[in-house]
Design a protein around this ligand. Structure first.
Ligand code: UDP
Length: 478
């Protein structure tokens, strides 16, 4: 059989968190449209998050197969059904969750035995997946779900650990060896880099598995971070294909609404609200799929929004309407009627970002959210919290110059000791939504939006990388 006729079968094994499941699902949809047979390997509680999308695609003639494996919640002492990182709410649960993840090695082997793919695209969180793929004689690709820029920063921090000798956690230091001068403080670094903990070893294993893997698929596009792709290839010596923005495969309203979870607002209501607003006049505020702010911080944010006088859509992941009344400024929701829309739970993020009324995005700089803002041409108010979000903030504010920061200083997954003050938040919001600098950022963001859209069209950089990648895989198999 020649390579043209050969149908590749790729199995995708995403980490069980929305920030990883969502782009993997997008990736599978994209691959299927390039003639690949795609199977997603996941657990019973995570599969329903995508059933509507899968059903819609099936009706369009694009079938994505699901292979289920049990998640060992009971074995590690997690409540039944706790199979997604968004259900974790204490540090003890994190350890148990990681333990459960480490027990998925045999189940993965069994599933691969069953479905016999030609290639495994497994999340970085499963370092042992490279060995398993080797057993089956198939290439293992790594999906990190982060930017090329962040991969380069991680690498530089390992090569040049000058941050270890700083007098204070607040002293800025330059991340050496990168194409741009990037400054961070030790307090902004992930805790597993700052000090040795159980994740430090895990990070080593991840790096080793990447080095032994076939290469890396990155949700980004060449024009966004060309110097960093060159750095990744030439300085770090790794193989990567930039095939995004993956979110752009969601073209129809239904695609954008049914993405990742069931939305807590009716999309018609949301669109009706946005339709009443002038172009670029609404600030969208969302801190990803997981983070819950302490109440004093939420109060500062609410005050800042009111003081800024801007329209806003605010996604709250905290408790519920009743509890919110205990910390929101008195009468806030009444005063904000028509000006502010609060969504408690899951928001149709892509639908909101793509609406012409949306003029700014206050984001925690999770890579999916950041890239979705870029693809929508929306400037950002950056408020990183944990993971590699402080690195993404630098990319947004200092390299791409499409955002300004609120002054977040402290990397932490749970307790934040430093509260960002209302005045700092208000200033950043006003700059992006109403200032001249914001207008310049918006124009730059619109240019990036165009580049992003061209990248995925036939002949564009991501389209071409994807084709080249698939041709290479086919050649190995044929
Ligand atoms: N998201 C969404 N609605 C929400 C919250 C998040 O659709 O209410 C989506 C968002 O569009 C993005 C993903 O969830 O695709 C979050 O990923 P990101 O990397 O930004 O942050 P994480 O949740 O991993 O911290």
């Amino acid at each position: 059989m020649d390579a043209q006729q050969f149908q590749l079968h790729i199995a995708f094994f995403p980490y069980m968190a929305q920030g990883h499941l969502i782009p993997t699902m997008d990736m599978a949809r994209l691959f299927v449209r390039h003639g690949v047979k795609a199977t997603i390997i996941t657990t019973p509680s995570n599969a329903p998050l995508f059933s509507k999308t899968i059903e819609r695609d099936r009706q369009l003639g694009f079938e994505i197969f699901i292979q289920l494996m049990d998640f060992p919640s009971a074995e590690v002492g997690l409540p039944e059904g706790c199979e997604n990182a968004s259900s974790i709410n204490t540090p003890e649960m994190i350890s148990k969750f990681y333990r459960a993840i480490s027990l998925l090695e045999n189940p993965l082997e069994n599933v691969l035995q069953d479905c016999q793919p030609n290639c495994l695209v497994a999340d970085m969180m499963f370092p042992w997946a490279t060995e398993i793929a080797n057993k089956f004689g198939i290439p293992r690709l790594v999906f990190h779900g982060v930017s090329t820029f962040s991969l380069c920063v991680f690498d530089s921090l390992r090569r040049y650990d000058i941050y270890k000798s700083l007098a204070s956690d607040f002293d800025p230091f330059t991340v050496l060896g990168l194409p741009n001068q990037i400054k961070l403080t030790r307090l902004q670094l992930p805790n597993y880099i700052r000090e040795e903990n159980e994740l430090t070893e895990a990070l080593d294993q991840i790096i080793q598995s990447v080095l032994k893997s076939y290469g890396v698929l990155i949700n980004s596009f060449y024009e966004l971070e060309p110097k960093y792709l060159e750095h990744y290839r030439n300085v770090m010596g790794r193989k990567a294909w930039l095939i995004g923005p993956l979110s752009l495969c969601n073209k129809e309203t239904e695609d954008k609404v049914q993405r990742g979870d069931t939305t807590s607002i009716d999309e018609h209501e949301c669109l009706k609200w946005l339709a009443l607003k002038k172009p670029n006049s609404v600030l969208y505020i969302c801190f990803g799929s997981m983070f819950k702010f302490p109440r004093p911080q939420l109060l500062e944010l609410a005050r800042a929004l009111e003081a800024s006088g801007q329209n806003f859509i605010w996604v709250l992941k905290n408790e519920g309407k009743e509890e919110d009344h205990q910390w929101l400024p008195e009468g806030f929701e009444m005063r904000m009627k028509g000006k502010g829309l609060i969504i408690r739970g899951w928001a149709p993020q892509l639908l909101i970002l793509d609406h012409e009324a949306t003029g700014g995005f206050m984001t925690h700089c999770g890579w999916n959210s950041t890239l979705e803002a870029v693809a929508a041409g929306v400037p950002m108010v950056t408020w990183p919290l944990y993971a590699e979000q402080f690195f993404n903030e630098k990319l947004v504010t200092e390299v791409l110059k499409v955002g300004t920061n609120v002054g977040s200083q402290e990397w932490s997954t749970y307790e934040k000791k430093i509260i960002i003050k209302m005045e700092d938040i208000r200033k950043a919001v006003t700059m992006v939504m109403a200032g001249e600098e914001g207008e310049v950022m918006r124009n730059r963001a619109k240019e990036l939006k165009e580049m992003a859209r061209q990248a995925i069209e036939a002949g564009g950089s991501s389209f071409s990388y994807l084709n080249a990648f698939l041709e290479e895989l086919k050649a190995i198999n044929v």
